[in-house]
Design a protein around this ligand. Structure first.
Ligand code: TZP
Ligand code: MG
Length: 290
């Protein structure tokens, strides 16, 4: 899994879709999205020649570098490597996660499209850095693909521990419902790149995502703690993440293995893995070594 925690600390993910902006270049439209606050960009182009995709990838790499924003390439691992993109995004029928990791090395981001909680959990277990959850609503950008509805967003919020991004048919008109279902990250193609003013749409999305994040933080102060079982001992903890729990147990300097509800949590995930009510945590401390 890529060590890319801060790059995945995004709220608004913008994917390209050149058919939505005839007469305007992809670079121009993406720059507008970046001005409006898009946090991560994906070049997705299912129709152009490989050469044209490669050229746009080079241009978007330069642009996203100027804005300090990660660039993800859909499908084309070779182009991602050539332009030094931050990662790739793959669908269920693309190259396997294991093969992609082999080609990309440990540091680049791999995102996987998923359409059910089973696929989401499999991608997580296979080392995906983030998953797409969708299409939440039917969308002309992926015609013929059944909507997963907000019930998969709810399942993902409850069970997925890596970043997940809700996608598919998301607009300024329905994003509140998607956020209410548990999405902290959202992605859009047509609503952003098809807009007359992509920057304004991005600003509006960001305002809604930020307001929701602030609301959930504001609910935290009288937080009485979460009931958990640590190494077999029931206790309440104010730790919100595995990392905070480790610090509370003064184990941050130690070599430890963490198991949450029977599953190992790798070190890179500690700070973004939430502690939920009733969780069983094993903090196994290695003494010595060899
Ligand atoms: N993956 C799932 S839905 C989708 C992709 C690429 C398309 C999203 O496009 P839009 O226009 O935001 O519905
Ligand atoms: Mg694909």
């Amino acid at each position: 899994m890529a060590d890319s925690t801060s790059k995945l600390d995004f709220q608004l993910y913008c994917i390209t879709g050149a058919n939505y902006h005839p007469g305007r270049s992809v670079v121009d439209v993406v720059e507008q999205a970046l001005i409006g606050g898009a946090d991560i960009i994906q070049l997705r182009d299912k129709t152009s020649s490989k050469q044209d995709i490669r050229e746009n990838a080079h241009k978007l790499r330069q642009l996203t570098k100027r804005y300090g924003v990660p660039l993800i390439i859909n499908d084309h691992i070779d182009i991602a490597l050539e332009v030094d993109a931050d990662g790739v995004h793959l669908g269920q029928d693309d190259l396997s996660l294991a093969e992609a990791r082999q080609l990309l090395g440990p540091d680049r981001i791999i995102g996987i499209s998923t359409h059910s909680i089973e696929q989401g959990l499999a991608a997580q277990a296979g080392g995906a850095d983030y998953i797409g959850v969708g299409p939440v609503y039917p969308t002309g950008t992926k015609p013929g693909r059944a909507a997963v509805t907000t019930s998969y967003v709810q399942e993902a919020a409850a069970q997925i521990r890596i970043p997940f991004v809700a996608i598919g048919g998301i607009t300024l008109g329905n994003v509140d419902t998607v956020i209410a279902a548990g999405a902290k990250r959202i992605c859009a193609v047509s609503e952003i790149v098809g807009a007359d003013d992509p920057a304004a749409v991005c600003r509006a999305f960001k305002a809604k995502l930020k307001a929701a994040a602030n609301d959930s933080e504001a609910q935290q102060p009288d937080f009485a703690g979460t009931g958990v079982i640590v190494n077999g001992v029931a206790q309440r903890t104010t730790a919100r993440t595995v990392w905070e729990l480790i610090c509370q147990h003064s184990l941050e300097e130690r070599r430890i293995v963490v198991e949450l509800d029977g599953e190992i949590v790798v070190r890179e995930e500690w700070s973004r893995t939430s502690i939920r009510e009733g969780a069983a945590v094993e903090l196994v401390h290695f003494v010595g070594g060899g």
